[in-house]
Design a protein around this ligand. Structure first.
Ligand SMILES: [Fe+2]
Length: 907
């Protein structure tokens, strides 16, 4: 211990730091023992005081003697950026509270800042240094505030800042930069990107930490309790209804899709039961339904934590109101008033008219419902004059009006379309069902080796085809069969179990060779199943077209409900909730993941409101109708595994790749030209390399991963609360090594970015022309019941049968509008590897260099994909009239572009 070499002045021989209050002042000073002598003199001299009064009992009455040197201090300037859109500001200026806030600005007391030291004085936090920030300028959407602080040099490193919003309105604080007032040198950067409620709404001071990341056991002592307290605030107490201003993250089951108190809208709760396991969603705490206490009542808005909401820019482009109204107002009115809601398109001309001359809109009470609603939700509608609605021409139709009719295009889309997650290798023949044959009928597929050999013109035996990995299947047999009779009991739809078989030719393209449709037995009907094959005779050729329409509807449902909703939107929400509840905002893993969660909770809440809810757009337009969401629960139960959500593992599971240490990415694809897999693996590897560098930077030793209490609590909560219905599964990774942590985080980032992009942004290009991907098949195959008029009608005019099978006019046009909306990048989209707001690691030179490498790699991938699309040897992505495979191109402009990988699931 160093003893001060000062005999005069001296207070006494007590060396511990103590808290001092100046007489007649509220200011407090904590003094280190070696500075005590100087400090006390300094205070006395500069404040004209003769003594200081010490609060601590031992020090009471101490008197200053002598003439010490004054302690130095530094003047810091804080520059705050507060963001608001022009629209927001315009609206706010009209509000009475804004008038009060303007007054607050004049008084210079609108935002109170308090600097927080990273250090402590004998176990307790140092006193903060506070100052009001003054508004200094306003430029478009940004308003700048400034304040200055005199910071004693013994204050220690600044660890964060408290911000109190004294305004009457919430503000969005983007960032806060502290710099030396004299030299301009940066002292600390604080990336906030958060809404701060007025003190009157939320009395808790908001804390923001600097951009320095700390593992829990490295937390500076002055920030430890703040770190803990902040997480407790975000976890909440699990009680009461959430307000829109809250920032509480908690779990609940999907118990708000139905509305038991309203007509026939009761739906089972998804999640929390063995029958319907499901991931969890964000808890809103709305009141229970009267008829079913397990269900939550619905409301006009669904809570998400305040910072999860859309920005104004995003909101304008999305138009929440319009999407909600599309279902709640437009659809019911349309269904009642539009000429005939059950009518399909009378001929193919009427379909193409949607994109050319436009669509004649029936009127509802003098106002066309499309006219009032759809223009607000979608740029697709270019011309909404008095009665006309016109859609953009989807890229597929633009390039080739007839490609949807070609078998090879039907097959190609399993590899390069919007549902590349369904196709799998046939590993044995006959293909077999895992369902109970006593209930569901014959287990063995009706696609026999004879049929296969005939369809491949005997160039090899069926067994050889299996052995040489030439046979592939899109198999919706076991998933759909248990629902066939339930769905058939509903009006305006039908369902089969289906298997579509493909043969890989020597040219490397797939040829569909058979479609098997099955109706299982019921107490009143026998099993019916039939294998359809491509045919050159007229009847056979039309039946083949009709069978393709049936399986396209199955694939549309699988795509939207499972590949898209369940595996990305729905499964990611628990990761977001757990991250906010268990990882401090100063945790490096929080900072790595946070950009990948932008807008996801909000878009999911909107989906619960209008898309996946009882009688929502999905239930109104997809084959399983009101059983749609149940089916996604069945798929979660049977197929979802965290470890297999990683792209390489998913490809191996489906038999589409085998491990090969010598091959790029350690995998050999079974189909060389599988555009989604080829491009996806480039993206997967780029993400993994970046995550690997990040992890080794923050966790140089695996032991730190095991001892990271927040990280372990986070992962425990993902497993046991977010995906609670699968908590006991043995396949959950254990986070105990750099490798397992890298793999886990890469999987989460992959799902939130590239997996979602692959199944999302091509929706309008491929399904905007609905004959290519009808969402529903409304009638049975005409040969199923040979005694009905259906067969007679089919033989007379088969085109009508196909049109009757397609969605109705209302179903088709509503889905087209929604798919256009969902395929759109907003102008504030943040892309993978882009310089998004709040990427705090950019302040760390090592991490910045690693992130720059990630970005460079993504740019290289972009060029590589362009080159692949121009190379005629890749026949599944390059050729006359084909839509090139661009969905894994990382960057994009705003709008419907069919490319671009946003950081997060934002639409
Ligand atoms: Fe999406």
């Amino acid at each position: 211990m160093v003893t001060p070499q000062i005999t005069k002045p001296q207070i006494n021989q007590y060396y511990s730091p103590r808290l001092f209050f100046l007489p007649n002042s509220r200011s407090a000073y904590k003094l280190e023992r070696t500075q005590l002598l100087y400090q006390s003199y300094y205070l006395r001299k500069n404040r004209g005081l003769t003594s200081i009064r010490c609060i601590a009992g031992e020090m009471k009455g101490a008197r200053v003697q002598g003439t010490p040197k004054p302690t130095e201090s530094t003047k810091l300037k804080a520059i705050l950026t507060v963001r608001a859109s022009t629209v927001e500001r315009f609206l706010d200026n009209l509000s009475p509270t804004q008038v009060l806030d303007n007054l607050q600005d004049l008084l210079g007391r609108s935002l109170l800042l308090e600097l927080i030291s990273s250090e402590v004085d004998t176990g307790s936090e140092k006193k903060t240094i506070s100052a009001y920030a003054q508004k200094v300028s306003q430029d478009g959407q940004e308003t700048k505030y400034e304040s200055t602080f005199t910071v004693p040099n013994n204050f220690g490193e600044i660890g964060g800042v408290f911000v109190t919003n004294v305004y009457h309105n919430e503000i969005f604080l983007q960032d806060l930069i502290l710099q030396n007032d004299k030299t301009g040198a940066a002292a600390a950067t604080i990336s906030c990107n958060s809404w701060i409620q007025p003190k009157s709404v939320s009395p808790d001071k908001r804390v923001f930490f600097t951009t320095k990341s700390y593992l829990p056991d490295q937390t500076p002592s002055g920030l430890k309790s703040l770190r803990k307290h902040e997480l407790e605030l975000k976890r909440g107490n699990g009680k009461g209804e959430r307000k829109s201003t809250d920032r509480i993250y908690d779990y609940d089951t999907y118990n708000d899709l139905g509305d038991p108190d309203s007509g026939d809208r009761a739906r089972p709760v998804l999640g929390g039961t063995k029958v319907f396991p499901y991931p969890r969603r964000c808890r809103t705490g709305r009141p229970q339904s009267k008829k079913d206490p397990k269900s939550e009542t619905r409301s006009s808005t669904f809570y998400v934590p305040r910072d999860e909401d859309f920005s104004k820019v995003k909101q304008l482009q999305f138009s929440t109101t319009a999407l909600t109204s599309l279902l709640h107002a437009a659809l019911p009115s349309a269904q009642n008033v539009v000429i005939d809601t059950k009518s399909g398109f009378p001929n193919f001309n009427e379909i193409t008219v949607l994109y050319n001359e436009g669509f004649q809109i029936p009127k509802v009470d003098g106002i066309g419902f499309f006219q009032t609603l759809i223009p607000r939700i979608s740029d697709a509608i270019q011309d909404v004059s008095d009665k006309v609605l016109r859609f953009d021409v989807p890229e597929m139709l633009e390039r080739d009006r007839f490609s949807w009719l070609r078998d090879e295009e039907f097959a190609r889309q399993t590899l390069a379309g919007i549902n590349p997650y369904a196709i799998q290798l046939v590993k044995e023949l006959p293909m077999k069902s895992k369902l109970d044959p006593a209930i569901y009928g014959t287990a063995e597929s009706a696609i026999t080796t004879d049929i296969i050999e005939k369809e491949i013109n005997g160039i090899m035996t069926a067994e050889e085809a299996v052995h040489q990995k030439k046979l592939f299947v899109v198999d919706y047999h076991d998933l759909l069969l248990p629902y066939v009779h339930k769905v058939r009991a509903l009006e305006g739809t039908t369902l089969y179990g289906s298997r579509s078989l493909f043969f890989l030719t020597d040219e490397g393209i797939l040829k569909p060779i058979a479609i098997e449709l099955t109706r299982p037995p019921s107490p009143t009907t026998p099993e019916w199943r039939h294998v359809f094959v491509p045919s050159s005779d007229s009847t056979g050729s039309w039946l083949w077209k009709l069978a393709k329409a049936q399986v396209c509807a199955h694939d549309s449902g699988h795509h939207e409900l499972i590949s898209h909703w369940l595996r990305t939107h729905c499964s990611v929400e628990p990761y977001i909730i757990a991250t906010h509840r268990q990882l401090s905002e100063m945790h490096p893993i929080y900072r790595l993941l946070h950009p990948h969660f932008r807008y996801t909770m909000k878009i999911n809440a909107l989906a619960r409101q209008a898309l996946i809810s009882a009688r929502g757009i999905i239930e109104s337009s997809f084959s399983p109708l009101k059983y749609s969401m149940e089916l996604s629960s069945v798929a979660y139960d049977q197929t979802w595994r965290f470890d297999l959500e990683a792209l390489p593992a998913d490809l191996i599971r489906r038999g589409m790749a085998v491990k090969d240490p010598a091959a790029e990415h350690g995998l050999k694809l079974v189909i060389d030209d599988y555009p989604f897999a080829n491009d996806g693996l480039l993206i997967w590897s780029a993400i993994k390399n970046w995550v690997q560098e990040y992890i080794s930077h923050y966790y140089p030793d695996s032991a730190q991963i095991k001892s990271d209490t927040e990280l372990q609590a986070w992962w425990h909560e993902v497993r046991t609360r977010g995906h609670a219905d699968k908590k006991d599964e043995p396949w959950w990774p254990i986070l105990d090594t750099q490798e397992s942590l890298t793999q886990t985080l890469t999987t989460i980032i992959w799902v939130a970015s590239a997996h979602h992009a692959a199944v999302n942004f091509g929706q309008y290009d491929y399904a905007g022309f609905f004959p290519n991907r009808p969402t529903i098949a409304r009638i049975n195959m005409p040969t199923e019941d040979m005694t009905t008029d259906q067969l007679k009608n089919f033989l007379q005019k088969p085109e009508d049968t196909l049109l009757d099978s397609f969605p109705t006019q209302i179903q088709a046009t509503v889905v087209m509008a929604v798919l256009n909306l969902l395929s759109t990048h907003s102008s504030d989209e943040e892309y993978l590897g882009g310089q998004a707001a709040g990427l705090t690691w950019l302040n760390d030179p090592v991490m910045k260099a690693a992130y720059d490498r990630f970005y460079t790699r993504l740019k290289e991938i972009e060029y590589k994909i362009d080159a692949r699309n121009l190379d005629p040897k890749f026949r599944n992505r390059s050729g006359a009239g084909l839509v090139p495979y661009k969905l894994m191109k990382p960057f994009s402009d705003a709008g419907v572009t069919g490319m671009g990988i946003p950081n997060s699931i934002s639409i």
